[in-house]
Design a protein around this ligand. Structure first.
Ligand SMILES: Cc1cc2nc3c(=O)[nH]c(=O)nc-3n(C[C@H](O)[C@H](O)[C@H](O)COP(=O)(O)OP(=O)(O)OC[C@H]3O[C@@H](n4cnc5c(N)ncnc54)[C@H](O)[C@@H]3O)c2cc1C
Ligand code: FES
Length: 367
């Protein structure tokens, strides 16, 4: 493949959203209140087909107070069952975008988004006969909703168990939709709610997820090749991971999607003084080749954006993988490794938003 060469030394030009064709303008069809602090936003079917897989997310690219801000939101619609892409957003205390969306999004508005991305996905096949155990907490239900719809529509012989943890009854997002799905597909879906603060009349599980609750849920244990998918608050994901490990579940049977770090700040540069020097990195993206000189206190993404190169990104903190690329040569150090699985790391994948070159021959291919 031929790459055009592009190099800018001036760090003044800002990236131009929309210039690479990876952006979409989506028109809001409706905004629906799901709970007291969560809304779902359904978009009109885009003019140009927007392919996505259950479990993927779109990135909202918004202008708030004159600044561009981006946040990832998983699609809760399924390409197998829903005509219109839909996301659900839960308010985060003092959160900029989640509250903006809940307060300002109205039908008819046009919203710029980065096309669907993400690797929290499955390959569906009508012949599959598998067991999938989903653990969701709070807004972590969004990708699970899409996955459940796809599984029940496509894999009639597979079975999903959803264990959904919430603060209380009122904070369960999609409660009625889940009940309906369970009633429609009784042999394919079982939904189990776990509430921190249940009402006095609650007959289900209560308190934080623990070994006793899991033992009770899995009185007949899942098969050894069951797949586990986790999405929720960091603490819940960590705890669930430990509980599954304690039950002997192999790490390669567990998939995770993190929405936030406990403290969502950009991780500090992990490059030591000894390792640190300005190094040139070659980035291949969208049929073009870019060269950037990355100083030790900046990430590869930051440097590229500063030079006006419009690379894909969303969370900028090593969570969402929107900035994922493959290092074809050279060594890259990541400030935060949690966003990548050990097999992705072994294959050479890196996250440019938390990545620093450690050698002078780094070539990264994105997309
Ligand atoms: C791959 C991916 C998919 C996501 N999908 C969804 C989704 O479907 N629905 C959804 O509601 N959110 C989702 N998120 C989270 C979303 O992108 C935002 O991070 C979230 O809405 C908070 O943004 P904010 O601008 O309101 O908060 P910010 O202004 O960025 O943060 C404000 C404060 O809240 C803390 N914080 C940030 N996010 C969270 C959180 N999720 N929980 C608790 N504390 C937090 C921060 O540490 C910070 O202190 C997803 C994130 C990722 C990476
Ligand atoms: S932009 Fe989200 S992981 Fe890099």
């Amino acid at each position: 493949m031929a790459f055009s060469f592009f190099k800018k030394s001036a760090a003044s030009e800002q990236p131009k959203s929309g210039s690479t064709g990876h952006y979409r303008d989506l028109v809001i069809r409706s905004v629906k209140s799901e709970t007291a602090d969560a809304v779902s936003v359904e978009f009109e079917k885009p003019d140009r087909a927007m392919d996505y897989q259950s479990g993927q997310f779109i990135t909202l690219v918004l202008q708030i107070d004159g600044k561009e801000v981006r946040r990832a939101y998983s699609l809760c619609s399924s390409p197998a069952t829903d005509a219109n892409p839909t996301v659900a957003v839960k308010r985060v205390k003092n959160g900029l975008v989640s509250n903006w969306v809940a307060d300002n999004f109205k039908s008819g508005q046009t919203i710029k988004v980065l096309e669907p991305m993400g690797h929290f996905t499955l390959k569906y096949n009508p012949d599959n006969q598998r067991q999938i155990i989903l653990f969701a907490g709070g807004s972590g239900i969004t990708p699970m909703m899409s996955i459940i719809k796809s599984i029940t529509a496509i894999e009639l012989k597979s079975h999903c168990t959803l264990i959904y943890c919430n603060r209380d009854l009122e904070s369960i997002i999609f409660k009625r939709d889940l009940e309906q799905l369970e009633q429609t597909f009784p042999s394919q879906l079982k939904v189990i709610h776990v509430l921190d603060n249940p009402p006095a009349s609650w007959k289900g599980y209560s308190g934080y997820l623990n070994a006793t609750i899991l033992d009770s849920i899995f009185q007949s244990p899942p098969s050894a090749d069951a797949l586990y998918m986790l999405c929720g608050p960091e603490q819940m994901m960590k705890l669930t991971g430990e509980l599954l490990a304690g039950r002997g579940v192999q790490a390669d049977k567990i998939m995770k999607e993190s929405f936030s770090h406990e403290v969502q700040t950009k991780p500090a540069s992990s490059v030591s003084e000894k390792e640190g020097k300005v190094r040139e990195v070659t980035i291949r993206y969208d049929g073009q080749e870019f060269k950037v000189s990355v100083p030790p206190d900046k990430t590869i993404l930051e440097t590229a954006l500063g030079q006006g190169i419009d690379l894909p990104y969303s969370c900028q903190s090593g969570l969402c993988t929107a900035c994922r690329g493959k290092a074809l040569s050279g060594k890259v150090k990541l400030d935060e490794e949690d966003g990548l699985s050990s097999s992705e790391m072994a294959e050479g994948y890196v996250l440019t938003c938390v990545g620093h070159p450690l050698t002078d021959d780094v070539v990264i291919e994105i997309g």
